[in-house]
Design a protein. Structure first.
Length: 251
């Protein structure tokens, strides 16, 4: 058995039950799309797009617009291409199997990155600078990133495998966006219900469902142990401590 096999069995990107690979509700997603307000014919890029659900909804909201999904996971890209064809926008949505930091095309009207700041060597500051460079003057950026809702306890840090300085406060995140030349137009955060549903459906839920369906598998005990550890880490650690902010920013 390997840690990679266990992570693959529990990973959110391979979970077709998920609409989004982030704590996000339908209502909240609609508010983000309205805040981004993509115009007809807009060029949109999503860095670390996963299967591109949010990218496709942005494209669907703007007649004649096109979307570039930048994603290295081939399983997620295959799902995204299938979804785009099924929705009749296969000719308007493309996927590029390259790292987010490796896609240097610019001139976009809207650049999106949700939970992918780790893809840049310098983390959040580098991600914000890259997104600012990717959009034309007057364009917009939709940036989703973590922050501490409150001082993290030792249990929260252990559950996440994190250090106290891995995240700052929400205000510090906003200030980082401003330092990159981006002005906040709309700031919202994932609420507790969005977090609970995401954790229940993603890693914890997928691992639990797999273990129930495969009682005799050689990885059953290891997956069950990993699910229990994740559940303990969330409900006994970082629930209510780690936040996810969605910033609609003007360039």
């Amino acid at each position: 058995m390997s840690a990679e096999e266990i992570r693959a069995l529990m990973s959110a990107p391979g979970n077709d039950r998920l609409t989004w690979n982030t704590p996000l509700s339908e209502e909240h997603a609609a508010q983000l799309i309205a805040g981004c307000a993509p115009a007809a014919g807009a060029r949109i890029a999503d860095f670390g797009s996963g299967w591109g659900e949010l990218l496709m909804r942005l494209v669907e909201a703007a007649p004649g617009s096109t979307g570039d999904g930048i994603e290295t996971d081939p399983e997620a890209v295959a799902r995204g291409l299938r979804l785009a064809r099924e929705r009749g926008i296969g000719d308007r949505v493309r996927f590029h199997e390259v790292p987010a930091a490796g896609h240097t095309e610019g001139g976009y009207d809207l650049a999106v990155s949700i939970g992918s700041s780790h893809a840049w060597p310098g983390g959040t500051p580098d991600a914000l600078s890259a997104l600012r460079a990717a959009v034309r003057p007057g364009g917009r950026v939709l940036f989703g990133d973590g922050f501490w809702e409150r001082e993290p306890s030792p249990a929260a840090l252990e559950g996440l495998g994190a250090e106290p300085d891995d995240f700052g406060s929400l205000l510090e995140l906003i200030r980082q966006a401003e330092a990159a030349g981006l002005r906040p137009l709309q700031v919202t955060v994932a609420d507790q219900r969005e977090w609970d549903l995401f954790e229940s459906a993603a890693n914890i839920g997928r691992g639990e469902r797999w273990a129930s369906a495969n009682p005799g598998h050689r990885l059953h005990a290891a997956v069950t142990e990993a699910v229990d550890a994740r559940r303990t880490g969330y409900y006994g650690g970082y629930r209510g401590t780690l936040g996810l902010a969605y910033l609609v920013l003007g360039a």
